[in-house]
Design a protein around this ligand. Structure first.
Ligand SMILES: [Zn+2]
Length: 374
């Protein structure tokens, strides 16, 4: 539900569809209410231009904030596949769970710190523009720039996981208790509680006449609540799977396709027969790649009889793989972050099994149903 708009530092920048709605809404709010209120007596055109520029400043500021998180992640060697800008800001998608609390602390703090820094720069520019007696079409967006960045920094410091403040809280508890899962649970619960505070306060405001502000509080509360729930689910899954290794639940009898098989034969003898979405390609037990329905669909049907599996497969070097000794939670994170259905399990270059989303879901169900029964 988002479109790609370019790359910065090798990271894909995406816009969520809600971004467009909120961009128009914010420009309208600024042009119709905020600017006329702050700078009375200007023309309709000036209000819309300053509203539009201010909206652009808001969204660039959010991107700036996210890029700072990204910079720290990349510096530490943690891959960042994409940044998505949406409703209330951005989400930097990080491919791995954090490694240690100190780094998590630094990375979480980088975002709000960058927003406060930007607020300071806008503030200086604004004061300078006032000194030079520049018109409101310039001073108004600068004024808005320092204010919105200060708000952005403060908003992200709310201790509600998965927001930055919640990450800082989690890292602090993690450092104290030396347990990531316990820390995540506490930080998520704090997030849930804060979300309800926002929602109740919003309802309270609406009851007493503050309709628009109340509406914003409810929306923010709902946003925090859904984030807290999602991260708690992730915690429950990792908790259920904390002592399970990939080798415990992977499928060991894997149907393997030979690299020299023709596509037409592979479709007939494997895809139609076993009804899996993808198969590992191996020779003498060595994993060479994976072939999926998507790979085959890229090839014209007339060529199925001339092309071989090795011509269309994704080669082993490009594959996301896992190892039998790895915890299942780590396979789950890889599958979700790369949005793929299955991971080949490899030991010393040899294919030893395959693990799928449904293997993991089944394991979680069994584990949670048996919880407390031993
Ligand atoms: Zn942030």
């Amino acid at each position: 539900m988002s479109i790609s708009v370019g790359k910065i530092m090798g990271v894909k920048i995406r816009l969520h569809y809600t971004w467009f709605i909120i961009f128009v809404f914010i420009t309208w709010t600024l042009a119709s209410f905020y600017m006329p209120d702050q700078y009375p007596g200007l023309t309709y055109e000036v209000y819309w231009i300053t509203g539009f520029i201010s909206s652009v400043i808001l969204f660039s500021s959010v991107l700036f904030h996210e890029l700072f998180h990204t910079y720290f992640a990349l510096k530490k060697g943690i891959p960042v596949p994409s940044i998505t800008l949406f409703l209330f800001g951005g989400v930097t998608q990080i491919a791995e769970e954090p490694q240690d609390p100190d780094f998590e602390l630094k990375m979480a703090f980088a975002g709000p710190a960058s927003s406060f820094f930007l607020s300071f720069i806008f503030g200086l520019a604004w004061l300078l523009a006032l000194q030079l007696n520049l018109p409101p079409i310039i001073t108004a967006p600068l004024n808005y720039g320092w204010l919105i960045n200060a708000l952005l920094g403060a908003f992200n410091l709310i201790p509600a996981f998965p927001m930055d403040g919640g990450r800082i809280l989690r890292a602090a508890i993690w450092k104290l208790k030396k347990d990531l899962i316990v820390a995540t649970r506490i930080a998520s619960n704090a997030g849930g509680a804060i979300a309800y505070l926002f929602i109740f306060f919003g309802l309270f405001l609406i009851l007493f006449g503050g309709l628009i502000l109340g509406f914003w509080f409810i929306l923010i509360g709902w946003f925090i609540k859904s984030g807290a729930e999602a991260s708690l689910n992730q915690t429950i899954i990792s908790q259920a799977l904390s002592d399970v290794k990939i080798s415990d639940i992977m499928t060991k009898e894997v149907h393997v396709i030979s690299p020299n098989e023709f596509i037409s034969d592979a479709v007939e003898n494997y895809f139609y027969k076993y009804k899996h979405g993808g198969f590992p390609v191996a020779e003498d037990g060595n994993l060479l790649g994976m072939i999926t329905i998507q790979d085959i669909r890229k090839v014209n049907k007339e060529r199925w009889k001339e092309l071989q599996v090795k011509d269309v497969m994704t080669s082993s070097e490009k594959l996301i793989k896992s190892q039998p000794e790895e915890p299942v939670a780590s396979a789950f994170i890889k599958l979700s972050n790369h949005n793929i259905g299955r991971l080949p399990v490899v030991k010393d270059g040899k294919l030893v099994g395959i693990i799928t989303r449904s293997d993991i879901i089944r394991a979680v169900r069994v584990k949670t149903e048996l919880a407390g029964k031993r």
